[in-house]
Design a protein around this ligand. Sequence first.
Ligand code: NDP
Length: 387
Amino acid sequence: MSTRRIAIFGATGSIGLNTLDVIEQLGGRDSFELTAVTGNANVEALAKKAIDHGARMAVTADETRYKALKEALSGSGITPAAGTSGLSEAARMDNDMVMAAIVGTAGLKPTLEAAKAGADIALANKECLVSAGPLFMEAIAAGGGTMVPVDSEHSAVFQVFEENQRRALERVIITASGGPFRTKSLEEMRHVDVATARAHPNWSMGLKISIDSASMFNKALEMIEAMHLFALKPEQVEVIVHPQSIIHSMVGYADGSVLAQLGAPDMRTAIGYALAYPNRPALSVERLDFAKLARLDFEAPDETRFPALRLARVAMARGGLQGSVLNGAKEVALEAFIDGRCGFLEMAEITESVMDSLSHLPAAIDIDDIYAADAEARRRAAGLVRA
Ligand code: NDP
């Protein structure tokens, strides 16, 4: 593999740190030149990673932390930068690839800029496609780069998606572990707390994404992402509950064949695939032992107990800015649940109500429309939480 210039957006987070680990496994500086690393609050950790991995630039999104970052980098020769302009500078560097792993809507602008500048995008951030799918796919096409998904389900689909057989494509089947409440009744779910909701059975992830997995909002976002990423009709996106999380997703074709990607639940496989694409890298991750696994189980998803899945279908059918509205409202409801200001099931009720009240919004022309829809959805959701 020739040396690739890569920027890591969100380098101090779970995906960012795993990306740095994978870069080391793939040959470190012999294989990758780190153009920039970005973070937000953790400037000490950001500076350390920048120095350890020889980045050219380090950017904190928080302008008030610029001085601290500059001090932490002093004598290293690494350029410090901050704020939106710093992120923008990193996006427009001579990147062959950008790992887009900033959490939330803050990731939209820099990732869009990097796509327009022609970099390949390894996409972990969910908001990019959920909130702004058509804009992102247009930016990638205009820039001439490739979008390789990092979310394990989309990476799986990407790995078995036969683009040259698109006419024979029938469906994409996204697997879901079912989370910690897979077998709980609606009544039981009404009273669950944050500690039980965050205990994911298979994956080790951050607080918000773990709770989104418990409510299946995470799967809802993945359905919308898949529709945009693979240019699918809403009805071509299916979900199946698969508690072991060994099959990461599947694609069904017109001859009845279903192609699946399997592996141990470890994000480094999907990250490595994105970084080395179109080659398959050697990674020291756990190998599957099928004799030990013995069985793989499947269940139909229950949209009554997990209304987030139904809301994804509504957003996909309505189109326009509904993805952005779903995400913005859900974020506010999620924060309220974490702070004890709303119940677990109320998250979906609040989100649905906001989606219905903003169902008239037209498609986005530019990123400002996305931010405006997101802000309005958040404002309305906050009002409902207070009520
Ligand atoms: P983390 O919360 O662990 O890390 C988030 C990163 O974004 C950190 O580097 C953080 O910097 C930075 N950041 C936070 N706020 C801002 C901001 N306002 N502006 C710019 N940067 C900011 O998230 P994860 O790594 O878990 O996830 C990253 C994205 O990937 C998310 O969208 C998530 O949904 C998605 N994803 C994650 C998976 C996982 O297994 N973790 C799986 C699939 C997708 P700092 O640390 O300095 O605050």
